[in-house]
Design a protein around this ligand. Structure first.
Ligand SMILES: Cc1ncc(COP(=O)(O)O)c(C=O)c1O
Length: 403
């Protein structure tokens, strides 16, 4: 594969060039192959393709050159042997479960994962006899105690969203392997720019490409990265058979997103650090959650695990009486003029979210409060606008609640 050798080419170079096998047309930009099927020279070649004796393309549910370029580029950035792209981040997670678990198996999962994954584990995998125990992300002993004889997968996202707790991936990979389980890390919030779970011992790294990899909020997609055996055979087998494939157009968007991912995450991280430091000093803020702050209890672990970068996601809790916390948070949101009130993340446009009434609105209020997601908590996915304009916009929110 061109430009995939990490000993020869730096991360930034691989992000721009890896995976593109130039066609006979000699194109500079990567083409989008909008075709459902591929034509064979002869009937004999068709038979050889279907038998797996000839490695070429057959049908875009299995392989497509644009999708493959994206997969090969992301595989080298995550430092995994293989990547399989999917139609969404949820499809990546579901395909991983289908590929690695069977009836009677048990998952130990962080309780601080994207809410829809909790629904997948609790409402759907249970129908097929797969049970899940949820544990606090940063509590190593809780992980250890939750493991049973039939535990086959440890699943987590670090740092967590929206409270930015951090887990030690290497320690949990060791724990998983000592118990004949695999460790699966949802790397969506960090991307391989900040964190490469496979180099830390994880078996599988998953990205929702919908977030930072696309980077401009234009498409939905996902990717599973890991070994030839687990991902190249098992996950690929599920995607080929069950059909949650990524479209060539979305693969092209994600592929072009990888080219600027490192620069964007450096800029997202720099602006988030400025805003987190400012918010920490603000008289109307009770607490700021951002791993880049020295005051974060796991700052050093995050710094080591994330190559010194802390990403664009931060949360903060407003001061004030808890009985009026929701009204104050909503007043804050409604007074802004620039930031978008929506629930996505990883966009160039800054996003402001009130987790208690949106992303975590369906969670039981007591469970939500116990998890630290109070009514006064706001989350910002810091975009790439001028940081002074974002700050001035947040000040509009503070002005509204100080009246
Ligand atoms: C951390 C994380 N993982 C997975 C997903 C699911 O990705 P998608 O929306 O692409 O299915 C999301 C979506 O918000 C997410 O934030």
């Amino acid at each position: 594969m061109p430009y995939d050798d990490k000993d020869k080419w730096d991360f930034a170079t691989r992000a721009v060039r890896a995976g593109h096998n130039r066609s006979p047309e000699g194109e500079q930009g990567e083409p989008i192959f909008t075709t459902s099927s591929f034509v064979f020279d002869t009937a004999e070649q068709a038979a050889a393709r279907f038998a797996g004796d000839d490695p070429g393309n057959i049908y875009s549910r299995f392989t497509n050159p644009t999708v493959r370029t994206f997969e090969e580029r992301l595989a080298t950035l995550e430092e995994g042997q293989r990547c399989v792209a999917t139609g969404s981040g949820m499809a990546a997670i579901f395909s991983t479960c289908l590929a690695t678990l069977k009836a009677g198996d048990h998952i130990v999962s962080s309780q601080s994962i994207f809410g829809t994954i909790t629904v997948l584990f609790n409402n759907y995998l249970t129908r097929f006899g797969i049970e899940t125990t949820f544990v606090p992300l940063a509590d190593y002993d809780a992980w250890k105690n939750a493991i049973k004889g039939n535990t086959k997968m440890l699943f987590l996202e670090t740092p967590s969203n929206p409270l930015l707790d951090v887990a030690d991936i290497s320690a949990l990979a060791e724990l998983a392997h000592a118990n004949k389980s695999i460790l699966v890390v949802d790397n969506t919030i960090c991307t391989p720019v900040l964190q490469r779970p496979i180099t830390l011992g994880a078996d599988i790294s998953i990205n929702s490409t919908t977030k930072y990899i696309d980077g401009q909020g234009r498409s939905i997609g996902g990717a599973v990265i890991g070994s030839e055996a687990l991902v190249g055979n098992e996950v690929f087998g599920v995607v080929r058979t069950c059909g949650p494939a990524m479209s060539p157009f979305n693969a092209w968007i994600a592929l072009k997103g990888l080219e600027t991912l490192s620069l964007r995450l450096q800029a997202h991280s720099a602006s988030a650090k400025i805003l987190a430091s400012w918010l920490e000093q603000h008289e109307l803020v009770k607490k700021v959650y951002y791993t880049g702050l020295a005051s974060h209890p796991q700052h050093e672990l995050a710094d080591r695990q994330q190559h010194g970068l802390h990403g664009g996601l931060l949360s903060f809790e407003l001061t004030g009486d808890s009985s009026q916390a929701k009204e104050r948070a909503w007043q804050f949101c409604d007074a802004t003029e620039l930031v978008s009130i929506t629930a996505n993340l990883g966009d160039t446009k800054t996003i402001l979210t009130h987790p208690a009434t949106t992303t975590h609105g369906r969670v039981d209020p007591e469970v939500r409060a116990a998890a630290g997601i109070s009514d006064g908590l706001l989350r910002i996915a810091v975009g790439l606008e001028a940081v002074k304009d974002i700050q001035a916009d947040l000040e509009r929110g503070f002005n509204a609640i100080s009246k």
